[in-house]
Design a binder for this molecule. Structure first.
Ligand code: HEM
Length: 490
């Protein structure tokens, strides 16, 4: 896609910004578990994979209801016997935190699975965005270990998967993690094991690696999978499922790590793309080679100039490439991303761009190569922006106030200008609240920019700039709070 596109830019960043996206670090190392000690036997990675499956497993491919829609976040679903355990609330707590108005909670659950698999040795899974968060719980339908094989075949068929695909999905899921004593005391005993303080019996001997040992150990007869060799045969669902085609599928996985990886990439990709009817997912999101981010324009009225700052991310920079001013290099998974920060301090020329001339687009030169999206350039909007005349008073207590000034380019004529604040609706979905600004009473007809304003008590909340122009709502700049500006002149 051509940058900028607010939704695709945000989805691309969540999927590809590596350790900078706020969540990749939670599955590095793969045995990391933030809700308990390192020797708990549990991992965020396994919880994230199971959470995505339980969110999807309510899907009914006949009537189009259920699927990846983050209905698993509702306590009513988490209270069901089919969703026993705290792995769902744990996963939702950390993943939904990175949802925004452009990224649904369901999208974060899908990315969570993808990052967990990829960072723990598994294949890269294609990611599409655009899932829509449910407003209420779905109809129950997650398979449980005590059910018989026919019920499981029927359940996966309802979800949209054949019997062979069921074997694959269960093997791909159960290469990570295990069964805990606490929620499943009839499957796993209390272990009293200092290396598994939450008494987890793992599905294979490499439970934090996404690999085909789940199949190798099953075929070799050395498996300790508690859903295969558990003392209670009624709950040995993996045994019934894995053996349901005479072990043909599991044998093929045991023979070939590559086949296991490619089958899992396909099945898990289809799993996270299983969405309620009517939801339109984006195309597969691949990383942009050169991507601007966090662009901020500030109008400086005294000098009639614009201060410009931002970042650019270079993807998988070639070995040996050594551009100047390297600021942060971040890796994660199998990729490296390098960010260069440009601002008025590092590059004084950006401190005072001629406001009358304005700015329409930028391009970069990377290793002597022009990067401008094949001649299109990276478009930059100079229509509305914060003005550096925004300020706050130093008074303490209830007297403290501040003023936001938003500069609107002459001739733009928005119907509304407002501050945008990220917030949540009554069912937890990310949304935006708006605080309207007042237009100038006597605008200077010669000015390049006119100032809309709002006075309010001193707040530390960060806002972006919003405006409605020709019936279209636009967002500009990065989240900025009052105290980032100077104190008001007294
Ligand atoms: C018939 C189908 C399935 C049954 C009956 C089943 C059952 C179970 C049970 C009983 C546990 C233990 C949970 C705990 O102790 O908290 C578990 C864990 C897990 N399941 Fe499944 N499962 C099924 C299919 C799947 C699928 C299709 C996936 C993903 C593609 C999956 C992924 C996982 C993961 C990653 C864990 C480990 C969780 C952790 O260690 O925190 N399961 N499963």
């Amino acid at each position: 896609y051509v940058w900028p596109s607010p939704q695709l830019d945000a989805l691309e960043a969540l999927r590809w910004d590596q350790d900078r996206n706020g969540i990749t670090g939670l599955v590095q190392p793969c045995d990391f578990f933030i809700f308990g000690p390192a020797n708990s036997g549990r991992s965020n990675a396994a919880d994230w994979i199971r959470t995505a499956y339980h969110d999807m497993a309510t899907h009914n491919s006949t009537d189009g209801t259920g699927g990846m829609d983050a209905s698993i976040r509702f306590t009513e679903e988490q209270a069901r016997p089919e969703d026993i355990g705290d792995g769902f609330s744990n996963s939702v707590a950390v993943l939904q935190a990175v949802s925004t108005r452009y990224i649904s909670i369901a999208d974060t659950l899908a990315v969570g699975l993808i990052l967990a698999v990829e960072n723990c040795g598994g294949p890269e899974i294609a990611f599409r965005g655009g899932r829509v968060d449910a407003v209420e719980p779905n109809i129950p339908g997650v398979p449980e270990p005590q059910q018989d094989l026919d019920s499981h075949i029927a359940s996966f068929s309802r979800q949209g998967f054949t019997q062979t695909e069921m074997i694959g999905l269960v093997a791909c899921g159960h290469t990570m993690g295990g069964v805990q004593h606490d929620p499943f005391p009839d499957i796993v005993p209390e272990l009293n094991d200092p290396n598994s303080t939450e008494s987890v019996v793992h599905f294979d001997s490499t439970h934090v690696n996404f690999d085909n040992n789940i199949a190798i150990e099953y075929i070799a007869g050395t498996t300790k999978n508690p859903l295969v060799v558990g003392f209670n045969d009624t709950t040995n669902s993996d045994k019934r499922i894995f053996g349901s085609d005479g072990n043909a599928t599991m044998q093929s996985f045991a023979n070939s790590p590559d086949l296991f990886a490619s089958t899992c990439a396909d099945l898990l990709g289809r799993m996270v793309d299983t969405v309620p009817a009517g939801v339109q997912l984006t195309d597969v999101i691949t990383p942009l080679p050169v991507k601007p981010a966090k662009l901020q324009l500030l109008f400086v009225g005294d000098t009639n100039t614009i201060q410009f700052s931002g970042e650019v991310r270079l993807w998988d920079l070639a070995e040996g490439a050594n551009p100047i001013d390297s600021v942060v290099t971040v890796s994660g998974g199998r990729h490296t991303a390098t960010w260069y920060i440009f601002d008025h301090i590092a590059t004084p020329a950006l401190a005072a761009l001629d406001a009358a001339a304005g700015i329409t687009s930028i391009h970069y030169t990377v290793d002597n190569k022009l990067e401008d999206q094949d001649g299109v350039g990276f478009a930059v909007a100079d229509d509305v922006m914060f003005s550096t005349s925004s300020c706050f008073t130093s008074d303490t207590g209830s007297e403290a106030t501040g003023i936001f000034h938003i500069a609107v380019r002459a001739g733009v004529d928005p119907t509304r200008v407002y501050l945008e604040q990220p917030t949540r609706d009554s069912v937890g979905r990310p949304t935006t609240s708006e605080i309207g600004l007042t237009p100038p009473t006597q605008p200077d007809s010669n000015a390049t920019y006119v100032i809309w304003s709002i006075q309010m008590p001193l707040v530390f909340t960060a806002f972006t700039v919003g405006a409605e122009i020709d019936g279209v709502k636009v967002t500009r700049g990065v989240l900025t709070s009052m105290i980032e500006f100077d104190q008001c002149p007294t």
